[in-house]
Write a protein that binds this ligand. Structure first.
Ligand SMILES: [Zn+2]
Length: 82
C-alpha cells in the first residue's frame, strides 16, 4: 500500500518543488495578500485595518518548500566554506 502511493507522492513533491522554484512567494493566508487587515467600518464600508504582522505588510510570504530550501542551502554553504 505504501509502495503504490510512492509515485504519486514523488510526483506531488516534484510539482511542489517546481512551484517553489517558479514562485518562491505565496500569498499571505492571514490577510489574503492585502498586507493589512480588512475591517468593515460603519455603513458596511471596507476600510484598511491594521498592518499584517505575519507578512510585515507585504501580502506575501515565503513558501514552506522554499523556506526549507533556503535553510538547507544556507546550512550547506556554511558547512562547505571551511
Ligand atoms: Zn499578511
Amino acid at each position: 500500500m505504501f509502495l503504490s502511493a510512492m509515485p504519486v507522492l514523488a510526483l506531488a513533491v516534484c510539482f511542489y518543488a517546481a512551484l517553489c522554484a517558479a514562485s518562491p512567494f505565496g500569498t499571505c493566508h492571514r490577510c489574503r495578500g492585502f498586507g493589512f487587515r480588512v475591517k468593515r467600518g460603519r455603513r458596511g464600508r471596507l476600510t484598511r485595518g491594521r498592518h499584517c504582522r505575519r507578512c510585515r505588510g507585504l501580502g506575501r510570504r515565503v513558501r514552506v518548500g522554499r523556506h526549507l530550501y533556503n535553510a538547507v542551502s544556507r546550512l550547506h554553504r556554511e558547512a562547505t566554506t571551511r
